[in-house]
Design a binder for this molecule. Structure first.
Ligand SMILES: NC(=O)c1ccc[n+]([C@@H]2O[C@H](COP(=O)([O-])OP(=O)(O)OC[C@H]3O[C@@H](n4cnc5c(N)ncnc54)[C@H](OP(=O)(O)O)[C@@H]3O)[C@@H](O)[C@H]2O)c1
Length: 224
């Protein structure tokens, strides 16, 4: 029987590392994904020691062609079943679009959008089949308005929020999907509504609101 794990992308630092610490505290096994292996290994060791969970590291550069497929294959090879997926890896560029190197903009789209969609597409069907699971996509307040001087970043996050709300509405029954706009405190009515309506149709499945916490990532409760 495969072992249930929570897979967190961008787990080596920042919000991803904070989410790993929070999730492992719930005694959930974790798979840590990012490029910087020593940081991932050190966090995994910390989680094993502090919470006695299984914490595994799978290094990946999610902007590389085939990287997501290889990651999912490696998860399968290790006999793991991802029941929570946290799509957190992402970055933002800043400046006038016409003056930015377009290659970096494309990488931003690949990481923030393409990898997130591919991981969700490869892992959500298993959650639906098992009738339990959660997808948490880390978006941003920047998703709610066009962002001059961060045009690509805001557009990628608009995609993340829209995509997350749509699959939260359409996915049947148990598996939950939550969009988690990152912000210190969602202040607009639309932002609040998005955070609280992240998985509206699933019984008992409300993202915990965490408006007072830094960035306010919300984690959908397992609906099983
Ligand atoms: N910080 C904020 O104020 C804020 C606000 C709203 C939303 N957000 C969103 O929250 C998420 C995390 O932000 P953060 O501030 O915690 O960022 P961060 O500190 O820069 O961390 C980004 C994480 O993504 C990983 N990563 C970057 N490029 C990658 C790649 N090509 N392949 C795999 N992993 C990669 C990094 O690890 P490696 O370098 O080791 O690969 C790191 O673990 C992002 O989606 C961001 O857009 C942040």
């Amino acid at each position: 029987m495969p072992q249930d794990v929570t897979l967190v992308t961008g787990a080596s630092t920042g919000i991803g590392a904070a989410l790993v610490r929070r999730i492992a505290r719930e005694r959930r096994n974790v798979v840590l994904v990012a490029r910087t292996v020593d940081r991932l290994e050190s966090l995994a060791t910390e989680m094993r020691d502090a919470h006695h969970v299984d914490a595994q590291v799978i290094p990946a550069d999610l902007t590389k062609p085939g990287a997501v497929r290889q990651l999912v294959d490696e998860v399968d090879r290790r006999g793991l079943a991802v029941d929570w997926l946290v799509n957190n890896a992402g970055f933002g560029t800043g400046g006038r679009f016409d003056q930015l190197p377009v290659e970096r903009e494309l990488e931003e789209i690949t990481l923030n959008v393409t990898a997130l969609v591919e991981l969700t597409g490869r892992l959500l069907p298993g959650m639906v089949a098992r009738r339990r699971g959660a997808v948490v996509n880390v978006s941003s307040l920047a998703s709610f308005l066009p962002g001059p001087y961060s045009a690509t970043y805001s557009a990628t996050k608009a995609f993340v929020t829209s995509f997350s709300e749509a699959i939260a509405t359409e996915t049947p029954a148990s598996p939950s999907s939550a969009s988690a706009p990152g912000s210190p405190a969602p202040s607009s009515r639309r932002a609040r509504r998005s955070t609280s309506r992240a998985c509206p149709r699933w019984r008992g499945c409300r993202p915990r609101r965490s408006r007072t916490r830094p960035y306010g990532p919300s984690v959908g409760r397992r609906c099983s």
